[in-house]
Write a protein that binds this ligand. Structure first.
Ligand code: ZN
Length: 367
């Protein structure tokens, strides 16, 4: 009995060390075998009490027979376990041969996934979170037409494409506007606290947008707004006294209370602009694929020298056309070269929302 147990224990230890599989089978097999000898033991002991009167020879013989039987059983068991172990070893060897492939497979995708994971939120941010959430929620109830600047999804349809775009139709303080008849006052100086920052460029399907690293601020009337991103429209969306410009850049800032302040810098044809060139240099080859620039960008280079501006309350000029946006339109424009204009023109020859009603809104301008 001891020998049997010793064989079992040593083989099982061996077996579980060899096989990484759950050792359910060996244990089950072994425990079944372990049970059996116990019963045998109890049987033989009861036989012994019954036949206690028998001769000692007979007793000795039966004990010897039992030992022989036990020995045979142990040998049989050892053979079975050895067979089982060889099966387990083979399985393990096979698994080891197979192992490299799953490892490679599971390693490869994570290298690519972060790109996609990173792009999606950015693309969503570009279109506006509210708009995307609503589009997802009401996808079946609404047309699959995506908003655009012409055709079925053009500006006159924006308000009907999605309930969350209703302000595009019903809003009373929409942008852009023709800036005229402003009141001349001593406006608080607009102070820019821009510093060289990391940036990434994305073509979001509506414009070229540059997402900026943290730490760039403007201060208007004592309130700080942090720069999130800037993007371009061609031609300029806003007009000044009826005049349209070649392009405009919108610098979108967000206050601590979530309110937006957009600085518009009007662009005319003229000399090449270094900062615009560095944006064009980093243009992504694919839409909605963000390109992280290796260099930094100092947005002070994009600002006109003079800091006078027009200001009024308006809205986002793209769906969902949310209102409550503080507009700050610089009076002095900047220049970019005809070649730089041509590059944007190839991507977006027209991405400007039409002029909206001023509807009696107050427009202020620096003296
Ligand atoms: Zn814009």
């Amino acid at each position: 009995m001891r020998r049997l147990s010793a064989v079992l224990v040593s083989l099982l230890i061996c077996g579980s060390a060899i096989a990484n599989d759950p050792p359910a089978k060996p244990i089950k097999q072994a425990s079944a075998k372990e049970d059996a000898p116990d019963k045998e033991d109890s049987k033989s002991s009861s036989k012994e009490t019954k036949s206690s009167k028998s001769s000692k020879d007979k007793e000795a013989k039966s004990a010897e027979a039992a030992r022989a039987k036990e020995s045979m059983a142990a040998d049989e068991l050892a053979v079975k376990i050895a067979e089982r172990l060889s099966v387990l070893r083979k399985e393990k060897d096979d698994a080891a041969k197979m192992a490299p492939r799953p490892v490679v497979r599971s390693y490869a995708p994570p290298v690519r996934r972060p790109d996609h994971a990173e792009v999606k939120p950015k693309a969503a941010a570009a279109d506006g979170h509210a708009a995307n959430a609503a589009a997802l929620a009401g996808a079946s109830a609404h047309s699959a037409i995506h908003w655009s600047y012409e055709g079925e999804g053009g500006p006159l349809s924006w308000g009907k494409l999605n309930p969350s775009y209703a302000a595009c139709d019903n809003g009373q303080r929409q942008s852009p506007i023709d800036i005229r008849d402003g009141i001349h006052v001593d406006l608080d100086p607009l102070s820019f606290d821009y510093k060289p920052s990391r940036f990434s460029v994305i073509d979001n399907g509506h414009t070229i947008q540059v997402n900026m690293g943290a730490g760039n601020y403007i201060n208007v009337s004592g309130k700080n707004y942090e720069l999130l991103q800037f993007h371009f429209h061609k031609p300029s969306e806003e007009r000044v006294n009826g005049k349209s410009f070649e392009m405009v850049v919108h610098l979108v800032h967000k206050g601590g209370d979530g309110k937006l302040a957009v600085v518009a810098v009007l662009i005319e044809r003229g000399k090449a602009q270094a900062l615009v060139q560095s944006v064009w240099n980093n243009l992504p080859l694919e839409k909605n694929e963000s390109v992280q620039a290796l260099s930094t960008m100092d947005l002070n280079q994009l600002l006109p020298t003079k800091r006078e501006y027009y200001t009024y309350m308006g809205s986002l000029t793209t769906p969902p056309c949310s209102e409550g946006v503080l507009w700050l339109v610089m009076k002095e424009n900047i220049e970019i070269s005809p070649e730089q204009l041509a590059i944007f023109n190839r991507l977006y020859p027209m991405n400007a929302r039409p002029i909206q009603k001023t509807a009696g809104r107050l427009i202020k301008e620096s003296n």
